[in-house]
Design a protein around this ligand. Structure first.
Ligand SMILES: Nc1ncnc2c1ncn2[C@@H]1O[C@H](COP(=O)(O)OP(=O)(O)OP(=O)(O)O)[C@@H](O)[C@H]1O
Ligand SMILES: [Mg+2]
Length: 241
């Protein structure tokens, strides 16, 4: 579905992503793991049209993908950013509505149905629909950030470290909800995580990113038994994963 070749991205003179290739097929969950500063956020931002310096070949279902975020959203991609970037002073429901901004000409009933869908996925958001986003707990904010991205009706959801700052139980609940959408609706996921164990568990394939380059990639089940991955990312508890 998404195919990326010779991607370069960075800031000013510093090139962060160097000649990277990657693909995500329809309905597939793909993980990107790597240490702090490897370029994971830069990669997702470049894919979403948010890195002005990004160059390379990107195609979507075999057609070249337009530059800029609106083109990526229209194609069917949506990003859940690392810092969540909610509208803190707006209510839960208004944050969700803003996620459907590009679909604003659709009938209100379609948007309402999608809000209901997000509430079905994360019932706590329905309970708190009138509450300001900035007063939500960390887990609720992450659910709202995901819900807002889903309001764009993506076919591929890019997730930048959804586990950050969350209790393991909440992270698991969120990843299970997304895995359910993948299984039931064919939503493809590109999951960036420092928690490699979790990322490999919830993906079929994975890329290991170090200093802006893919140093290893393959089926997640195989990577979780790869000595290099275990040494660098899983530690001695790997055999119990
Ligand atoms: N806006 C920016 N301007 C200049 N340099 C930046 C900018 N954003 C990121 N960088 C640099 O790019 C490199 C990669 O950063 P990036 O945020 O992509 O890494 P990451 O893999 O997402 O790290 P983390 O796991 O900590 O989120 C880092 O050296 C960082 O300092
Ligand atoms: Mg990051």
């Amino acid at each position: 579905m998404l195919s990326v070749k010779a991607l370069r991205a960075g800031y000013g003179r510093s090139e962060v992503i160097d000649d990277l290739s990657l693909r995500v097929d329809a309905g597939e969950a793909v993980a990107v793991i790597g240490p702090n500063g490897a370029g994971k956020t830069t990669l997702l931002n470049a894919l979403m049209g948010l890195n002005p310096q990004a160059t390379g070949q990107m195609s979507w279902r075999g057609q070249p993908l337009g530059r800029g975020t609106a083109a990526r959203l229209r194609a069917g991609m949506a990003l859940v950013p690392e810092r969540r970037e909610l509208f803190g002073g707006l209510s839960v429901i208004d944050n969700l509505r803003l996620g459907a901004y590009l679909r604003r000409r659709e009938p209100a009933s379609a948007l309402k149905a999608d809000v209901e869908f997000v509430f079905g996925l994360f019932p706590v958001l329905q309970e708190r629909q009138s509450q300001m986003a900035q007063t939500l707990s960390g887990g609720e904010q992450q659910m709202l950030a995901i819900g807002r991205a889903l309001m764009a009706r993506p076919q591929l959801l890019l997730l930048d470290e959804p586990s950050t700052g969350l209790a393991p139980r909440i992270t698991l609940q969120i990843l299970q909800a997304l895995d359910g959408l993948r299984a039931s609706r064919g939503l493809a996921l590109l999951l960036v995580e420092q928690n490699a164990r979790l990322a490999l568990r919830f993906s079929g394939r994975a890329y290991v990113l170090e200093m802006g380059e893919v140093v290893l990639d393959g089926p997640s089940a195989e990577l979780s038994h790869d000595a290099r991955v275990i040494d660098s990312y899983l530690g001695s508890g790997a055999t119990h994963a």
